[in-house]
Design a protein around this ligand. Structure first.
Ligand code: ADP
Ligand code: ZN
Length: 730
């Protein structure tokens, strides 16, 4: 047996995804077992998956130690990934069982390699068409190719497997024998990319150099929207592939992927492997195995792709690195950007963080010399950055129930005739954020959450944006019973669309809001159609702020530039700055120059001024100075503690107890604030209490919190979650 091997009968420690607080001892099976091997072990009456994590601890009655059932047929987990899981778990204070779950998120991973039946469209019409049959054929048409197993196809179509089998008998659906997992088409890294501008060339050369060292490094690639960041980092991808190593590109959102996949195909001659929640189980299993075996060289994915078993990861690109969706808040609370840096530092890989408006943390790390920084200050080719102005809403003549100012109206009108597009941006889904009774003032709230119900007129329902609860719009007030008095207050994108239809008669209006599309595919199709000129006015939420190209768009109107500045969120200024700069960047990407207009009631506000003048470095420096003065991140450390319970009292009691027993925190110079009701004090019927731990930069906050919470017994029904480096405080 080699150094990491264990001979039959030797004690091994096995980590399982079961919620146990320890690694269990087992005896190595016949033939021995390697460190990292995936195994099946007995646990009580069950058999569960596990990974051989190292030598057994030997602190278990030797007579009771059971043997590993069998070694599973899967590439063993590499030491690099085991170390990453361990360190990421320690950083985020996540039990190792949950970390292992993150790394094995593909069904059927350990089934033996074999052939299996996949289903595709046949060449005959069914004798008799039923609703159920139609559904099956529609799914096959939409997804093409032989991609589904019987179970998956039936599930997707919402029918029983008998329906599919019936269609097979009739020749309307074909059954195909296919190997379970095959390598992805090879990418050709030697194909030349687009000729680069001098700036792009210089930046690409630096990234390529970093990749070629084969050592860890992180580089911030900061470039205005349209400067060609993607073209530049694709050169780093090419260099990584040329070395025979694997590359991972993280994107914040599925809807963005389509455009990116097309660009990769144009650059390297084939499509990369895709990892996201919309993928079928079969696709995920194939990708997981191929990544481990080297049959996938480039993965494009959502944040959880960081936990894939790469054989030799050489590059991680985090595109739009400031995007808030990189922070996972449910379950394991981790930030994909930080975890990408951690994994790369273990794997000896390069990281590229690409953004037009980096997160303050990233900016500060670059200032401090921890990250390298490359700038692409100009848009590629003839395209220029948009001109930006404020519309002072105090001076506009506009009734309280309308939101498009006369000034903005004239600019939109002028473009409709010229075949140019305008974007009206409002970061609020639905019709109106509040439904109020004009007789008694009652506001309709969610029965399970401390949140108001938002009217969605397209769906003809009120919807809770916290828990998804829906209810019909009440005819009479649920509180005082008066009929016909319920009124919508404030704007959402649907209401804005209504106003636009009235003001711009005959204009083609498209509303882009995540809730209006049944699938990511439908959304992609609509975006494509708009990009081709299928609308005069686009009305959208934050969905449109992200990287989509609309070549005909020359005007962006931000309906409420002040929206994000309300509230006391630590990152309110930063977020508003990023969002407004991003959304403005949608204007004028091709030949025509763009214009961005910000409707604001406070044009003198320092954030609004920074957005308009584009003096970004000054903005970041001021923002950084403010955080430094108050020892807030990244100049101090925070951890959020969220306690929830079916009633308020047990949550508060636990919080008060913890606040008193804070010696472990004080030892490292940390203080704890709270307990206080969370801003959203109830979600899904659970009452929520927050505490905030604040520690000096460099303090061992994780160790202190572990110490603080050790031995804590949670009363029945009470839950406690820790969020290291919290991004939101709801
Ligand atoms: P960013 O990622 O910075 O927003 P992109 O890489 O998406 O910028 O580039 C913006 C547009 O300019 C894209 O349509 C891209 O194809 C084009 N472009 C950028 N650089 C080049 C280049 N060197 N040659 C040709 N087209 C380019
Ligand atoms: Zn709710």
């Amino acid at each position: 047996m080699s150094r990491e091997g264990y001979a039959e009968g030797a004690l091994v420690g096995v980590l399982t995804p079961e919620p146990l607080d320890r690694i269990l001892d087992y005896r190595a099976p016949e033939g021995g077992v390697r460190e990292g091997a995936f195994v099946e072990v007995p646990l009580g009456p069950r058999r569960v998956l596990g990974v051989v994590w190292g030598a057994g601890r030997g602190d278990w009655d030797p007579a009771k130690v059971r043997a590993v059932n069998r070694v599973l047929d899967a590439p063993p987990m590499r030491e690099e990934l085991r170390e990453f899981l361990t360190r990421a778990g320690a950083y985020t204070l996540t039990p190792m069982s949950m970390m292992l779950r993150l790394a094995t998120r593909a069904p059927g991973l350990f089934d033996p390699p074999s052939m299996r039946k996949l289903y595709a469209l046949g060449d005959r019409e069914p004798e008799r068409m039923t609703e159920a049959r139609k559904n099956v054929l529609a799914v096959l048409e939409e997804f093409g190719g032989a991609r589904f197993s019987l179970k998956e196809l039936a599930e997707h179509a919402g029918v029983s497997s008998g329906v599919v089998k019936g269609l097979v008998t009739q020749g309307a659906v074909r059954e195909i024998e296919a190997p379970r997992d095959v390598p992805y088409p090879a990418l050709d890294s030697a194909r030349p990319g687009k000729p680069l501008s001098a700036d792009q060339e210089a930046a690409a050369a630096r990234l390529v150099e970093a990749v070629r060292t084969g050592r860890y490094s992180t580089t911030l690639l900061k470039g205005v929207t349209g400067s060609g960041k993607t073209e530049v980092y694709l050169e780093a991808v090419a260099a990584c592939l040329a070395q025979g190593r694997q590359a991972l590109v993280l994107l914040p959102e599925i809807a963005l992927t389509a455009e990116f996949l097309t660009r990769v195909e144009a650059r390297f001659g084939a499509r990369p492997a895709e990892w996201h929640s919309g993928a079928t189980g079969a696709e995920r299993r194939r990708l997981w195995r191929m990544v481990a075996e080297g049959g996938a060289s480039l993965v494009v994915g959502a944040r959880s792709a960081l936990f894939l078993p790469f054989r030799d990861l050489g590059l991680v690109v985090v595109d739009e690195e400031h995007d808030t969706s990189y922070k996972q808040e449910d379950g394991v609370a981790y930030h994909a950007r930080d975890m990408a840096v951690l994994r790369a530092s273990i794997a000896g890989a390069s990281v590229v963080l690409a953004s037009a408006t980096p997160a303050l943390e990233t900016w500060a790390n670059a200032e401090a010399g921890k990250y390298a920084r490359l700038d692409l200050p100009a848009r590629f080719g003839a395209a220029e950055l948009p001109e930006m102005h404020a519309i002072d809403m105090r001076a506009e003549d506009l009734p309280g129930t309308e939101w498009i100012s006369p000034t903005l109206r004239r600019q939109v009108q002028a473009r409709i005739g010229k075949g140019e597009q305008s974007l009206l941006f409002l970061n609020r889904r639905g019709y109106a954020p509040v439904t109020i009774c004009r007789a008694c003032g009652h506001q309709v709230g969610c029965p399970h959450c401390d949140a108001r119900m938002v009217e969605h007129r397209f769906q003809k329902r009120l919807v809770c944006h916290q828990c998804g609860e829906t209810a019909p719009v009440p005819e009479a007030c649920p509180d005082c019973g008066e009929a016909g008095k319920m009124a919508a207050v404030g704007p959402g994108v649907e209401r804005l669309a209504e106003e636009a239809a009235r003001v711009f008669e005959g204009a083609r209006i498209a509303v882009l809001s995540s809730d209006l599309f049944g699938s990511a595919r439908a959304l992609k199709a609509r975006i494509e159609e708009i990009a081709q000129g299928g609308a005069d006015i686009v009305i959208g939420t934050q969905l449109v702020a992200k990287g989509h190209n609309f070549p005909l768009l020359t005007l962006v109107g931000a309906i409420d530039a002040d929206l994000g500045l309300q509230g006391s969120d630590l990152r309110a200024a930063e977020r508003t700055f990023q969002l407004m700069r991003q959304v403005s960047g949608r204007a004028g990407r091709a030949e025509a120059k763009g214009l961005a207009l910000l409707q604001t009631f406070q044009p003198e506000h320092r954030v609004i001024r920074a957005i308009l003048t584009g003096q970004e470095e000054a903005f970041w420096a001021a923002e950084a100075a403010e955080r430094e003065a108050t020892a807030m991140p990244p100049y101090g450390r925070l951890a959020g503690i969220i306690i929830s319970a079916p009633a308020p009292a047990p949550a508060f009691d636990l919080g008060s107890h913890l606040a008193r027993a804070d010696a472990a925190l004080r030892r490292v110079g940390a203080v704890v604030y709270g307990p206080a009701p969370a801003p959203i004090a109830r979600i899904r019927g659970r009452h929520r209490v927050r505490m905030l731990v604040k520690a000096p930069k460099g303090a061992p906050i994780q160790a202190a919190i572990t110490d603080w919470l050790s031995g804590l017994k949670l009363p029945n029904g009470v839950r406690l979650a820790v969020d290291i480096d919290p991004q939101s405080f709801y």
